[in-house]
Design a protein around this ligand. Structure first.
Ligand code: PLP
Length: 367
């Protein structure tokens, strides 16, 4: 494949079409804000989310290291976007895929994985990390028992942040002509914020500020770890977990600040993104944009208002948009996200907690 082919949109395989997603300026939800805010449309990746990048990089690295060979099996524990991306890339390269999912995963998600030919193993959700049937432990056992199996381990796989250092970061820098001042995104495995943030800091000689957007109760930003509604981001702590572990894909030192965003604020912003910008997005994007708008508002106040200025002159805020809306009603995040199909009490700011931990909503799916 030549550079010209890439420019024409001609690719040797579907995985080669990952990346180079557009940046879209937000025009209406930013009313009254002088900063320019862009959203990077990661849902335009072939398998529908930012996780396409990490999945391709992890598979490429495993192939290069000889850990994944022809006829091999990809194993991951997730009901989220990483499983979908891994499954699709594995299918295109002739590998079998096994995904271990919690029993509360929606039927739509399981159908989506099975459509890619995934062998889905359902295990009990809501278990502490040390439990033998905790999702990851089941996946590790399967990977150990199946000849030729490889556990992708997105939470601790260095290829995950590396994917963003090598693709997302350089794309954002060149799309903004190097004028980006702030980069805002959610933190799930931490691969996106780590890799993109490290690249942007390095290329800008430390000028770009990296801001995390975190669900209010997530451990990453100092919450107590009780469940929240938005999917794919944050760090949950099971009340009976013995030892909490943060992902090695997340390098907290790259983050300058974290905005803590309640579910209600994230949902309000995502409704506005659909109704005012034509961008049908999920909860993690609502969270990231809510954080970016806070940052942009603060910057606008400091500069005393004025009209919208170009990048660099005021406070451009770069938001990575790491969520997928997919086709409404197909991906289950749509039914979790949109008010017409939400269960009562979910995602309205009230968390329905009882006894400090249990919630009215299931813990959102992980990355
Ligand atoms: C939609 C979406 N947004 C954000 C994230 C978080 O990205 P990361 O795992 O790189 O921190 C994920 C992870 O799967 C995701 O699926």
């Amino acid at each position: 494949m030549t550079v010209a082919d890439r420019q024409l949109g001609v690719f040797d395989s579907v995985a080669d079409a990952i990346g180079n997603t557009p940046l879209i300026r937000l025009n209406r939800v930013t009313e009254g804000i002088t900063a320019t805010v862009y959203l990077k449309l990661e849902y335009l990746n072939p398998f529908g989310s930012v996780k396409d990048r990490a999945a391709r990089a992890m598979i490429d690295a495993a192939e290069a290291a000889g850990e994944l060979r022809p006829g091999g099996t990809v194993v991951e524990s997730t009901s989220g976007n990483t499983g979908i991306a891994l499954a699709a890339i594995a299918a295109s390269r002739g590998y079998r895929t096994i995904v271990v999912v919690p029993d509360k995963s929606s039927a739509e998600k399981l159908a989506l994985l099975r459509a890619y030919g995934v062998e889905v193993h359902v295990t009990a959700g809501g278990l502490p990390r040390q439990h033998p049937d905790f999702l990851k432990n089941v996946a590790l056992r399967l990977a150990a028992d199946i000849p030729g199996a490889w556990y992708s381990g997105q939470y601790d796989n260095p290829a995950n942040p590396a994917a963003h250092r090598e693709t997302t970061g350089p794309e954002v820098w060149s799309q903004t002509g190097g004028r980006i001042t702030h980069f805002v995104t959610g933190i799930g495995t931490g691969g996106t914020i780590t890799g993109t943030g490290e690249y942007l800091k390095s290329v800008s000689r430390g000028q770009v500020r990296v801001i995390g957007a975190d669900p209010e109760s997530s451990i990453y930003s100092g919450g107590d770890g009780h469940a929240w509604y938005v999917e794919s981001i944050g760090h949950y702590l099971h009340p009976r977990t013995d030892t909490d572990e943060w992902p090695q894909s997340y390098h907290p030192e790259v983050v300058d600040r974290i905005e803590r965003i309640p579910d209600a604020e994230a949902f309000e912003v995502l409704r506005r993104l659909a109704g005012e910008e034509g961008l049908l997005v999920g909860g993690s994007t609502g969270t990231a944009v809510a954080a970016a708008l806070r940052v942009a508002r603060a910057g606008s106040r400091r500069r005393g208002g004025g009209h919208r200025a170009g990048l660099g002159a005021q406070l451009p805020v770069q938001i990575l948009r790491p969520t997928v809306a997919g086709t409404l009603g197909f991906r289950c995040r749509a039914h979790r996200t949109w008010p017409s199909c939400r269960r009562p009490g979910c995602g309205r700011g009230g968390r329905g907690r009882s006894g400090g931990r249990s919630v009215g909503c299931d813990r959102g799916a992980g990355p």
